[in-house]
Design a protein around this ligand. Structure first.
Ligand SMILES: Nc1ncnc2c1ncn2[C@@H]1O[C@H](COP(=O)(O)OP(=O)(O)OP(=O)(O)O)[C@@H](O)[C@H]1O
Ligand SMILES: O=c1ccn([C@@H]2O[C@H](COP(=O)(O)OP(=O)(O)O)[C@@H](O)[C@H]2O)c(=O)[nH]1
Length: 218
């Protein structure tokens, strides 16, 4: 969990790769559904994504939980789900989480980062012009296609998104704190947070490293 721009995608991919976890990003999963063949679910999901609103709990949960059930027998890392208390309660019914990671990143860092963030819309690959720049300025490393900046990442929109994140995430974080599984990490960048996270995860996940040969999910 973490506010927009806190590095959830960046650190999740690193964790999944280092510990051989199956990685599932809720936003990417919903994006794929929204752009798949037209079904009732795909139209509904797309309508919320286009409005930049959270897909209702019962819809997203109805899609995510069956997907997770397909992964039973593997260790996984979820990014961007659960985001609401309703989603967290539904996930609790399916399984007991081992660990929840929360990223606390200063506002000024988020603002600077997002104003420098570029994405490749077709794949969701994310770049930052100083932290992880593309090989060729303005072009995706894999396809060579143009990168774009999101209106959502401008400072005014960011304040609104941050406020929304805090309101919605607080009861979820409180729930996981009360279960004793919440680990919060503070810092200004992924590379500085990583050594602490790595040592905590290494103590908890040694047996799961053997799954690293599995193909990625998303
Ligand atoms: N757990 C979720 N529950 C409901 N909708 C979700 C969830 N995760 C993603 N979505 C949908 O996918 C869209 C994109 O999600 P994503 O996390 O990339 O962007 P975002 O909501 O702007 O988040 P952030 O502000 O953290 O970057 C959201 O606007 C929402 O419509
Ligand atoms: O230590 C970091 C971590 C991330 N980023 C950049 O910050 C932006 C947001 O990262 P990400 O998409 O991982 O964050 P999320 O929105 O998923 O939390 C991206 O441009 C990253 O390249 C950065 O500059 N420094």
């Amino acid at each position: 969990m973490g506010p927009p721009g806190s590095g959830k995608g960046t650190i999740s991919k690193r964790i999944a790769q280092n510990f051989g976890l199956q990685y599932l990003s809720c936003a990417e999963f919903l994006q794929d559904i929204g752009t798949a063949n037209e079904t009732e679910a795909s139209v509904l999901v797309k309508s919320y994504i286009d409005k930049r609103m959270l897909v209702p709990d019962h819809v997203v949960t109805g899609l995510m939980l069956p997907r997770l059930e397909q992964l039973s027998g593997h260790s996984w890392l979820l990014e961007g789900y659960p985001r609401t208390l309703g989603q967290a309660r539904a996930l609790n019914e399916l399984c007991q989480l081992d660990m929840v990671i929360s990223l606390n990143i200063p506002y000024e860092t988020l603002r600077e980062r997002l104003s420098d963030k570029w994405i490749h819309p077709a794949s969701g690959r994310v770049y930052n012009m100083t932290f992880n720049p593309p090989r060729v300025k303005g072009k995706d490393d894999i396809t060579g296609e143009a990168l774009v900046q999101s209106e959502d990442d401008k400072p005014e929109a960011l304040m609104t998104r941050l406020r929304h994140y805090k309101d919605v995430a607080k009861p979820v974080l409180d729930l996981y704190k009360s279960q004793g599984i919440l680990h919060a990490f503070s810092g200004t960048d992924t590379d500085r947070i990583w050594p602490y996270m790595n040592s905590i995860l290494s103590a908890k996940l040694p047996a799961q490293q053997s799954e690293s040969h599995l193909p990625p999910v998303a």
